[in-house]
Design a protein around this ligand. Structure first.
Ligand code: B12
Ligand code: SF4
Ligand code: SF4
Length: 225
């Protein structure tokens, strides 16, 4: 399977949604997850948003949606038909059991984790995420990826570590309980809940790709609920 041809066609197909291809993972025999028929996945194309790329299409669709988990439902409404057209099996990041999307993304684009737990991208910083993956039985001719130096390694001041008012971010990782307590407080409602995670906003990498205010508020609601 030609990775270049596949990614070009998929990107054209997905363009109106703002979902982008986010690299390819090729698995050794038996290394990847299983397809519904039990055979192992040979290759996987990751799909996601870069900056606010999905927000116009998603927010327009959401106006007529009344169910739970709108972003997951919208992602499936876009990706399931694409999977059917390409003879692929779709995997989703919020479906249980959780699939190792971040490990796949590290292999697909050579990304590394930031202190927040989110993977940091050299161009998009912390402003990107994953909406699904298309799994194929066949392998793929995607070239081996040489990991780039993580922006965190050259970021000497690390403002993300000192910015959180709840001290929820440290080099040991992200502590969800102090974060959630802060979000429930009066101060948290006027700061992080209103304008997004202060620690994420403090990162200088890819600042031009920061999510629009409505998207920031949407993700904070999801984290709090
Ligand atoms: C459970 C979960 C959470 C839990 C974390 C609980 C915990 N301590 O593990 C909570 C609810 C706290 C959380 C929060 C957030 N999450 Co989250 N989360 C997930 C989810 C659904 C499953 C993680 C998992 O268990 N994977 C299974 C293991 C086997 O996969 P893995 O690749 O090996 O897992 C890695 C992660 O677990 C990571 N990790 C460990 N601890 C934490 C903690 C956090 C906060 C994160 C982000 C990652 C992380 O290290 C593992 C090794 O590489 C993933 C989607 C997915 N399927 O991976 C999203 C995911 C990791 N989350 C994501 C995001 C963006 C967030 C938030 C920023 C969302 C928000 N609403 O603001 C916040 C972070 C808040 C902050 N201030 O930084 C993105 C990360 C994208 C990226 N660029 O890397 C993912 C991939 C979802 C997506 N659709 O893109 N998350
Ligand atoms: S502020 Fe620096 S250390 Fe923190 S996520 Fe951004 S680049 Fe990495
Ligand atoms: S949302 Fe607020 S409290 Fe939670 S980690 Fe980000 S800055 Fe800290």
């Amino acid at each position: 399977m030609s990775a270049f041809g596949l990614l070009t066609t998929l990107d054209a197909d997905l363009e109106p949604s703002g979902i982008r291809t986010r690299g390819v993972v090729t698995f050794a025999e038996g290394e990847g997850p299983a397809l519904p028929d039990g055979r192992p996945v040979g290759s996987m194309v990751l799909l996601g948003n870069v900056g606010g790329s999905i927000w116009p299409a998603f927010s327009a669709w959401r106006k007529s949606y009344r169910g739970a988990d709108p972003l997951d439902a919208w992602s499936k409404s876009i990706i399931d038909p694409v999977a059917a057209r390409f003879g692929a099996t779709a995997f989703y990041p919020s479906d249980q059991p959780y699939m190792p999307f971040q490990q796949w993304a590290m292999r697909a684009e050579g990304l590394r984790a930031s202190p927040l737990g989110i993977l940091v991208h050299p161009d998009y910083g912390l402003w990107h995420g994953y909406r699904g993956a298309l799994a194929f039985r066949e392998g793929c001719d995607a070239p081996a990826f040489t990991p780039a130096v993580s922006p965190c390694e050259t970021c000497l001041e690390k403002p993300c570590l000192s910015a959180c008012p709840a001290q929820a971010i440290s080099l040991a990782g992200f502590a969800v309980d102090p974060c959630r307590s802060h979000l429930a407080s009066e101060a948290g409602r006027w700061s992080c809940m209103a304008s997004g995670c202060i620690a994420r906003n403090a990162c200088p990498v890819g600042a031009g790709h920061r999510y629009p205010p409505e998207q920031l508020a949407f993700h904070m609601d999801a984290l709090f609920s």
